[in-house]
Write a protein that binds this ligand. Structure first.
Ligand SMILES: Nc1ncnc2c1ncn2[C@@H]1O[C@H](COP(=O)(O)OP(=O)(O)OP(=O)(O)O)[C@@H](O)[C@H]1O
Ligand SMILES: [Mg+2]
Length: 521
């Protein structure tokens, strides 16, 4: 991954001492990986800081792809970005990736390991190159490289020592990202496009794409999905991938607020607005100024407040409770719900004008079962690693037999249920291996089966349990249909079976009523 960042020494601003910069970089590493960011951004930030701390022209963090041993300049394969890939062993980078030796050269082009074609591909000819392996648990995961063009920019022994320590810290930090290393082999595997958001299924790839696009604008986003699908996590991903990332992300949960307090919570109140209001308090809307306001469980917002929110959504104007002054706040609005707002609007429980204003960009978050077995196992593995660290249980892993069991379970509580299941197993499990028994999964619901997901199931977003039920009812479809047509006919057959009851059909299919309505169109 050629996350190269060429910094200009002249542009560094007020100069901290080199020692201070190096110390600060090491200290900040943990905080950098703790944020939910797109991985390429994260690695780019690393590289920029490294180059600066070493007073180098540029730094590159190369990662080894666990699948094929290629050395890659980028994590996510975004089509708009160049991705330099080197075969194992090629050039100085390849040599370090293969041997794990640190290499410090002062006249790079005369080094026997120098590969002219690599320099050409990168578009950069360096004179001095300092290259260190990133090793974690005895496996080489990647390579950290700093380069200088000027002959005077040779790297010293002190630089070597610093880069060695830094590479070790980066190796540690990678454990806390969505990149995963396997103890038995070198390299890393990417498990998702954003840091902390796991999942590579086509259904999630479509969600990431929507999120990245929405994040580039200030458009209002409605996240819809069953409970526990990750709406909160993705709302934050929108914020941290937007230009507002340095400003606040303010979360308001509309269910936990008593009705009488919602207005004041959102918009604030003036002193004396009501008994007990002995000072002015600003609301969440003002607290989020410049950043993102996340209204969670928006379906629970009392009707009365929906009107006031509508005005704010339309004009970004509001008044504090008990105040006469009309104020404005510049915020991006993200809302989430597991309710069917369209259906609520149809029966007058939710203002339809507000509903239309909120769904400028509507993102349907897939259920866990519809994401397929690979995502389920990746998430489970991620939670095992994360929670065994949190509970200081030493390295733990899933027994092989647990994987099909996890993949076949219906997960009505989605990712949250999976996380809780793994947490309980990690806490109660005695040895390092988590077995099916440790998971204590509930018996499968009637009609479900213990098969694994086929690619087709996960593609059409219908859980295997539903497919199996249908199979016993013998729904037959003609061959050679377009995928969309298969989905439509299948959904129609289930609707017929449920006597035309849309809610029951949506439940049986494991999708929302909205999605069912769209499928049937
Ligand atoms: N793709 C994912 N990768 C890693 N962790 C995830 C993912 N999706 C969800 N989680 C974790 O699962 C838990 C539930 O996610 P979250 O709270 O975002 O769901 P939700 O859709 O907001 O649920 P609810 O509707 O119940 O509020 C959280 O701990 C979250 O970090
Ligand atoms: Mg939530």
């Amino acid at each position: 991954m050629s996350l190269q960042v060429h910094s200009d020494r002249a542009m560094l601003g007020p100069r901290m001492s080199e020692h201070e910069q190096r110390f600060e970089l090491l200290a900040d590493l943990g905080a950098m990986v703790a944020g939910e960011v797109e991985l390429d951004d994260l690695l780019g930030t690393f590289a920029a800081r490294v180059a600066r701390a070493l007073g180098a022209d540029g730094a590159t963090l190369w990662l080894i792809d666990g699948a094929n041993g290629e050395i890659r300049s980028r994590v996510a394969t975004l089509p708009e970005l160049d991705d330099v890939r080197l075969p194992a062993g090629r050039g100085i980078v390849g040599h370090v990736a293969q041997t794990g030796e640190l290499v410090n050269v002062r006249d790079a082009a005369s080094d026997p390991r120098w590969a002219e074609d690599v320099a050409e591909r990168i578009g950069y000819r360096a004179t001095s190159i300092l290259t260190a392996p990133i090793v974690r648990r005895d496996q080489i995961r990647g390579v950290l490289q700093v380069v200088n063009k000027q002959p005077s920019g040779a790297f010293t022994e002190r630089d070597e020592e610093f880069v060695r320590v830094l590479a070790e810290q980066i190796g540690r930090a990678l454990d806390y990202t969505t990149l995963r290393g396997n103890d038995a082999q070198p390299g890393l595997t990417l498990r998702g496009r954003f840091n902390h958001v796991i999942g590579t299924s086509p259904a999630m790839a479509a969600v990431y794409e929507m999120i990245v696009r929405a994040a580039q604008t200030d458009a209002t986003v409605l996240l819809h999905g069953e409970t526990g699908t990750g709406k909160g996590l993705l709302a934050r991903a929108i914020h941290v991938n937007s230009a507002r990332r340095e400003s606040p992300f303010v979360h308001v949960d509309c269910t936990t607020l008593p009705e009488a307090l919602v207005e004041s919570e959102l918009f604030g109140h003036e002193r004396g607005a009501y008994t007990g209001a002995d000072s002015r308090v600003i609301g969440k809307v003002e607290a989020a100024a410049g950043g993102t306001l996340f209204l969670d469980e928006i379906g629970e917002l009392p009707l009365l407040l929906q009107g006031k929110l509508l005005r704010f959504v339309q004009e970004r104007k509001f008044e504090r409770v008990g105040g006469r002054e009309t104020l404005t706040a510049d915020v991006r609005i993200v809302v989430a719900t597991n309710r069917d707002l369209g259906a609520m609007a149809a029966v007058g429980q939710f203002r339809s004008d507000l509903y239309f204003r909120l769904r400028v960009v509507e993102i349907e978050i897939p259920t866990l079962r519809s994401r397929g077995g690979d995502d389920i196992v990746d998430l489970a593995t991620h939670f095992v690693e994360q929670l065994s660290r949190r509970y200081r249980k030493g390295p733990m892993r899933l027994a092989t037999a647990t994987k099909p069991a996890l993949a076949a379970y219906a997960w009505p509580g989605n990712v949250r249920e999976l996380e809780n299941t793994i947490e309980r197993a990690v806490v109660l499990c005695q040895g390092p291996k988590i077995t099916v028994k440790d998971l204590a999964l509930e018996a499968p619901r009637a009609g479900s089966t213990t098969g694994t997901f086929s690619a087709m199931d996960s593609m059409i977003g219908i859980p295997v349990a539903a497919v199996a039920t249908a199979a016993t009812d013998e729904i037959s479809l003609p061959p050679n249909l377009e995928l969309e047509e298969v989905e439509r006919r299948y959904a129609k057959a289930i609707l017929d079976r449920e006597g035309g009851n849309q809610s029951a059909a949506a439940r049986a299919l494991g999708i929302s009523r909205n999605k069912l309505a769209r499928l049937l169109k």
